[in-house]
Ligand binder design. Structure first.
Ligand code: C6P
Length: 408
């Protein structure tokens, strides 16, 4: 079923605004952060207007309401990714913190000098630097599944790496630069056969595809609310119950304990064991509203719409002389088109597009090693979500022709 994008855009007040030079906003930067629909904005507004209180602490009406809203959102998020239980969904600040939680709590308890962690060459810095830090501290080894010229993972090379019996395979489900959708179920199946635990960076997949943690058989899976119509400041880590139960806590403080004595403490049960201190309560409410919104539209319909827009964008971009688009064909990627324009710096491209209200990101997109691999310092990146249209792709293409004219 196709999306009624014209109707759906009315849910996003920001898409109705003009930019500073009085032109219509063409928002093509949802990979960095998505825009927020009214049901999310209103849920957070209503929480602050009616129910604001601290959670898990008070017995008064507001504290009980706030706790119920915070926990109801967790249930919705668990259903959205088909987690067996909401206890297995830990609120974090974002994907980055969720990955760091695994690196601190699971990896520091389970990995020792010489243990191998397999990553890929297309990782975001969030799924690279925490492991480099552990390498410096613990002497673990890191190796990488190579990326092919066309932007796919080299799965033969992966098989060869697995023969070295890694302890962990941590990989991105969808690249934020190439757009590549990696065969996560297959990568996980092979990792398990080799005896490794798996961590999926799902920052770009959960917002755009139907992700089922049980079908994937993922051990850990991390994502951020702000990339999926929700607020900033909150994300989630899903984990298998037996792994989460066995892990020591990450941060210490209020709410993550059952009992504290002067010289000792007993950790709380899941999920609270990993949620120290007052959390982002309004943001959790907004996160719950975001997954409800996406569910009401339908993840399959969203993915199909994005596929159509992306295929159209690739076709149109590739027509432009001097444009090089990175990553695989539309059949293997999500709504991301990172490109270079011969002889023109990606930042100049983004700045000139901005004058026409077209928002794209330029830089290394927190994936510097991947850019190095392709021999470039930066790209301009257009990305698409449920609210983007083919007409906006046409405006982008016209804008790129204008950049070319300006640079002679
Ligand atoms: N990528 C982009 O413009 P946080 O910042 O923790 O919410 O998400 C980190 C992250 C992790 N993995 C992937 C694949 C990502 O794309 C991101 C965020 C944004 O591409 C901001 S750098």
């Amino acid at each position: 079923m196709s999306l009624n994008v014209i109707e759906l855009r009315k849910d996003f007040p920001i898409l109705q605004r003009e930019t500073s030079n009085g032109v219509r906003l063409v928002y093509l930067d949802s990979t960095a952060t998505s825009q927020k629909p009214l049901p999310v904005i209103e849920a957070m507004n209503a929480y602050y207007r009616r129910s604001n209180a601290n959670i898990h602490r008070g017995v008064h009406t507001l504290a009980e309401e706030a706790t119920a809203l915070y926990e109801a959102a967790r249930e919705k998020i668990a259903r959205f990714i088909n987690a067996p239980s909401a206890r297995q969904v830990i609120y974090t600040r974002n994907t980055t913190e969720a990955i760091n939680l695994v690196a601190y709590a699971w990896a520091r308890a389970n990995l020792k000098t010489g243990d191998l962690v397999i990553l890929t060459e297309m990782e975001h810095h969030s799924n690279l630097v925490p492991w480099q830090m552990l390498q410096a501290e613990r002497g673990i080894e890191l190796d990488f599944i190579p990326v092919t010229e066309t932007g796919l993972l080299d799965l033969d090379a992966y098989q060869a790496l697995l023969a070295r019996t890694p302890k962990l395979v941590a990989f991105t489900h969808m690249s934020n630069v190439l757009g590549t959708i990696n065969p996560a179920a297959e990568i996980i199946r092979l990792a398990h056969a080799a005896g490794a635990v798996t961590l999926v960076d799902a920052a770009q997949s959960v917002p755009h595809l139907k992700v089922d943690v049980q079908a994937l058989d993922a051990d850990f899976l991390a994502f951020s609310a702000h990339k999926m119509c929700g607020p900033t400041g909150i994300g989630a880590l899903y984990g298998k119950a037996e792994l989460l139960e066995a892990m020591p806590p990450f941060l210490g403080g209020g709410d993550m304990i059952k009992e504290v004595k002067l010289r000792s403490f007993r950790a709380n049960s899941l999920p609270h064991k990993f949620e120290a201190g007052t959390p982002a309560i309004a943001e959790a409410v907004g996160f719950g509203a975001a997954v409800e919104y996406l569910t009401s539209i339908g993840m399959d319909a969203i993915a199909a719409h994005e596929h159509e827009i992306t295929a159209y964008a690739l076709e149109r971009l590739e027509e432009i002389p001097g444009v090089r688009v990175f990553g695989p064909d539309a059949a293997h990627k999500g709504g991301v088109a990172a490109f270079t324009l011969d002889g023109i710096h990606p930042h100049d491209v983004a700045q000139i597009l901005d004058k026409d209200g077209i928002a794209v990101r330029a830089g290394h997109h927190c994936a510097q090693p991947l850019h190095e691999k392709f021999g470039i310092p930066a790209t301009s990146r257009a990305s698409f979500y449920l609210y983007n249209t083919k007409e906006e792709v046409d405006l982008l293409v016209n804008g790129i022709y204008k950049v070319k004219r300006l640079f002679g």
